[in-house]
Design a protein around this ligand. Structure first.
Ligand SMILES: [Zn+2]
Length: 104
């Protein structure tokens, strides 16, 4: 479910979920209520839907997934490179990830 954090204004009672929240509080809400919260303007969605993958997730990319993308000429670790020199790009732009991949 979407998670929202209150980012502005004072304490409010969110009648939809029966919770009092103030700045810094997070609430877990369903889709309909998420729409309401994003319209309010004093809440921001903070769950990681659509965000870039984190370093931990990068490390957990399976080798076969990496190999597949490299074969396809796509950098497995970012969207910035596509082409036949993907190995060169990856080894200079993502040395740690590349070393892990090559070392296994
Ligand atoms: Zn890259």
């Amino acid at each position: 479910m979407p998670v929202f954090e209150k980012v502005a204004g004072g304490e409010v009672l969110l009648r939809g979920i029966g919770e009092r929240v103030s700045v810094g509080d997070r609430v877990d809400v369903d889709g309909a209520f998420a729409g309401y919260l994003s319209e309010r303007g004093d809440f921001e969605r903070v769950d990681d839907a659509g965000e870039d993958i984190t370093a931990d997730e990068v490390e957990s990319l399976a080798d076969d997934v990496i190999a597949e993308r490299i074969d396809a000429g796509e950098c497995p670790w970012c969207d910035e490179y596509e082409g036949e020199n993907v190995g060169q790009h990856a080894s200079s732009a993502h040395p740690d990830a590349w070393d892990d991949y090559k070392g296994e």
